[in-house]
Ligand binder design. Structure first.
Ligand code: SF4
Length: 236
């Protein structure tokens, strides 16, 4: 079993961009996207991190210190560091969080909450996947905000059902699944508006980085993340 300093993470990509979602929307952020996810969402916009048909030719294995060095070299100290995936909570994030925090960086995590969280992060964005493995209660309780991806109207209730124990202060964002947004599904968007009006605990969300095509501006970002676009035949 490798120790913390030897542990290497499978890295799909690292890039410097802008957090496009949630309460920290619009903030500069260095993204570390880890490889691997068993949730199999059929609207996944990062299928290049897990889908057997889209497996990249090469996934880098990088240690915590190497990733911290990349963050320090490619983004200013004030920028957030966002750990995303794939499903980063599958990995022991303790060495990585420690290395980033030694640099004074704020560490944010984006997760479906399907496993125990190892590592000290400053912010947890929970995006439950009700069609797959539900979030552990301890991760729900730790969440600072929630992001529900809405491909169909039933997705709202299905997502809310996974959130027992969520802090009353954690906002719940409804983000339209990108293909629905791109194709202008007015009926779904109207349904989401009405859902928020009916339940003010909810908020309308957006993936602003996609409008700005922010990630593509960094040549280091991987351009073939392979969105499945809500095609059930491509997911599980
Ligand atoms: S959208 Fe679903 S399948 Fe894709 S990375 Fe996130 S949890 Fe995994």
């Amino acid at each position: 079993m490798p120790t913390g300093s030897e542990l290497a993470y499978p890295v799909h990509e690292t890039f410097y961009s802008v957090q496009g979602e949630g309460l920290h929307q619009g903030r500069a952020a260095f993204f570390i996207r880890l490889y691997g996810c068993p949730q199999g969402c059929w609207w996944c916009d990062s299928a290049g991190t897990w889908h057997p048909d889209y497996r990249p030719e090469r996934v880098r294995l990088l240690r915590a210190a190497e990733l911290a060095e990349l963050a320090a070299g490619q983004s200013p100290p004030e920028a957030l560091v966002v750990l995303t995936g794939g499903e980063p909570i599958l990995f022991d994030l303790d060495p990585l969080c420690a290395a980033l925090r030694r640099l004074g960086r704020l560490v944010h995590l984006e997760t479906s909450g399907m496993a125990a969280l190892r590592g000290q992060v400053d912010w947890v964005t929970l995006s439950p996947k009700p069609q797959g493995t539900w979030p552990l209660p301890e991760v729900v309780a730790r969440a600072d905000e929630v992001k529900l991806i809405v491909h169909d109207s039933e997705d709202i209730q299905a997502g809310l059902a996974t959130l027992d124990g969520l802090s009353a202060s954690a906002p719940i964002f409804l983000n339209p699944e990108w293909s629905r947004m791109r194709d202008g599904d007015r009926a779904l968007l109207a349904y989401m508006v009405e859902a928020v009006k009916h339940n003010p605990r909810l908020r309308l969300g957006l993936q602003a980085h996609k409008f700005y095509q922010a990630d593509l501006l960094d040549p280091a970002s991987v351009k073939d993340l392979v969105p499945l676009g809500g095609n059930p035949e491509l997911g599980y």
